[in-house]
Ligand binder design. Structure first.
Ligand SMILES: Cc1cc2nc3c(=O)[nH]c(=O)nc-3n(C[C@H](O)[C@H](O)[C@H](O)COP(=O)(O)OP(=O)(O)OC[C@H]3O[C@@H](n4cnc5c(N)ncnc54)[C@H](O)[C@@H]3O)c2cc1C
Length: 482
């Protein structure tokens, strides 16, 4: 076999195809994220369908499935990325069975195209319908929360407190209807994982699913297909929450808080001072899911810019990027309520065992967690020297200059270095992106913590390694895991 020509199907045989499909399905079911898509799916039928497509891809007879009406996988509503992973699993199985490269490619292509645009359209319209009916439900948020709570209470009395129902429903409905990026989804799962654990709802998932679908059906009635889609979406949301419950620690799922100060120190940036009703137990460098009632159910991560304070207040730095952050920057006012979720480590915290000097490199509002680290060191300096490089486009974008100035005046172990990427008036040594300027200040032995917008983070590990920073001294934010 050359690995390029048509694959003699008889080498694998129909039993071999069935075996390949069984192994493939096993791998998909073992993938925590993909497994939820198989819930409620008739796997025997799916396996038959996959085996037929695979047979054709490997050169067997087309039968009546040469162009299936709905792609076997795509019909399940997988995202592009998830679908690619599914196809990668098949390729892995075929490699393991010594199927030659050309035939593996043919199989990949067959499943990558599965019914092409039509099935993509179907999946998209399915999720659009969920999103649309969910926004309709949210128009009656108060009544929907009451209905949802009554439905849960009827099936498992005494579990979900009535006052928590609105926030809980908003998060669950958002998770089920989709639409968040991985970080937003992780925030939802962090919050819901804690809520299910705190209210001991895990054994009652079916009741919660039924309450959600009944609530949507009441406030956004649609076709039987839409009702069925909601039932599947609710089941998937439950399946996604289950591992998050196992990961959740004790404590509340959210802390009601009040905005007590709101400042807009630079274009498109706000500094919010927030007072939780009860103390939020966070550590410097962690991130916290935040939700405003202006966008119920949309939880976003923000990093406190301070070390824990005696009065319990938390300072958030927000850059207006999308809907939630724009509301926090442009619409929220002192006196407004917010919810703060459970704090999470995101790889930026200080190693309690280390007394090494620090090089902190901030871009934009990535300053927030790094300023919190400076405040942490200020509480117990222990001879540590800290260099904080603060990146901004121009001088006027240096939004936190006053606090930074105060910190520098108060602590002789702290060196502040501004880095201006687009300021023609910047002096030598201050001109360039934050990492370029920071590398001039790197001294062996320092721990390097870096936080900033995605373009700044991309490639930064490689640049630090190339500059001689040991891998175990590089601390970059990792994606939060619920
Ligand atoms: C661990 C962690 C900590 C974070 N801490 C902060 C913080 O302290 N302050 C802060 O302002 N934001 C922070 N973010 C980003 C924040 O969580 C939201 O993603 C951001 O506010 C956009 O949310 P949105 O709903 O307004 O827009 P969305 O509708 O969710 O996003 C709109 C678009 O903006 C992109 N985007 C998201 N964040 C950024 C960014 N920082 N720069 C450029 N594009 C972006 C998204 O990918 C999307 O394409 C943090 C994110 C994570 C994962």
């Amino acid at each position: 076999m050359t690995g390029l020509g048509p694959y003699p199907l008889e080498a694998l045989g129909s039993a071999g195809v069935r075996d390949a499909v069984a192994r493939w399905l096993w791998l998909v079911a073992a993938d925590a994220e993909l497994a939820s898509y198989l819930i409620g799916v008739d796997r025997v039928r799916l396996a038959g369908h996959l085996a037929l497509i695979l047979t054709v891809a490997l050169g067997g007879p087309a039968g009546d499935i040469a162009r299936p009406a709905v792609g076997a996988w795509r019909g399940l509503g997988l995202t592009e990325e998830q679908h690619r992973r599914v196809v990668d699993y098949l390729a892995g199985v075929l490699w393991a069975l010594d199927v030659p490269a050309g035939a593996v490619d043919a199989a990949r292509r067959a499943f990558a195209d599965e019914a092409g645009a039509w099935s993509t359209t179907l999946a998209t319209s399915w999720s659009t319908n969920l999103a649309t009916s969910w926004s309709t439900t949210l128009r009656y948020a108060r009544a929907a929360a009451d209905d949802f709570w009554c439905a849960v209470e009827e099936r498992c009395p005494g579990r979900l407190p009535e006052r928590e129902a609105a926030v809980f429903l908003a998060a669950l409905g958002r998770l089920a209807s989709g639409g968040d990026d991985p970080a937003g989804r992780a925030a939802l799962l962090a919050v819901l994982g804690h809520a299910y654990r705190r209210h001991r709802l895990l054994p009652h998932q079916a009741a919660v699913e039924a309450a959600l679908t009944a609530t949507v059906a009441r406030h956004a009635p649609g076709t039987p297909e839409l009702a069925a889609a909601w039932a599947v979406a609710a089941r998937r949301a439950s399946a996604a929450v289950t591992p998050a419950v196992a990961r959740a620690g004790g404590g509340p799922a959210w802390w009601p808080a009040e905005v007590i100060d709101h400042d807009r120190p630079a274009d498109g940036v706000a500094i919010l001072t927030v007072r939780p009703w009860r103390r939020l137990p966070f550590r410097p460098g962690q991130a916290v899911p935040v939700c405003t009632p202006r966008w119920p159910g949309r939880w976003r991560w923000y990093s406190p810019a301070n070390a824990p304070r005696p009065d319990g207040t938390v300072e958030l730095h927000v850059r207006a990027v999308g809907a939630v952050s724009r509301a926090l920057v442009h619409a929220v006012r002192p006196g407004d309520p917010l919810w703060l979720g459970p704090p999470h480590d995101v790889g930026l915290g200080l190693d309690p065992a280390s007394r090494a000097d620090l090089l902190l490199v901030a871009g934009g509002t990535g300053l927030a967690p790094l300023r919190a680290l400076v405040e942490q060191v200020a509480a117990a300096p222990a001879g540590r020297r800290v260099t904080l490089v603060v990146g901004a486009r121009t001088f006027t974008d240096l939004y936190d200059a006053i606090s930074l100035d105060k910190l520098q005046c108060a602590h002789d172990w702290l060196t502040l270095v501004p880095a201006f990427s687009h300021d023609p008036l910047a002096g030598a040594g201050e001109r360039g992106d934050a990492l370029t300027v920071a590398l001039d200040h790197y001294r062996p032995g320092q721990e390097v913590h870096l936080c900033g917008p995605p373009p700044m983070l991309a490639g930064s590990r490689l640049r630090l390694l190339a500059a001689g920073v040991p891998a175990d001294r590089i601390h970059l934010p990792t994606g939060p895991v619920a």
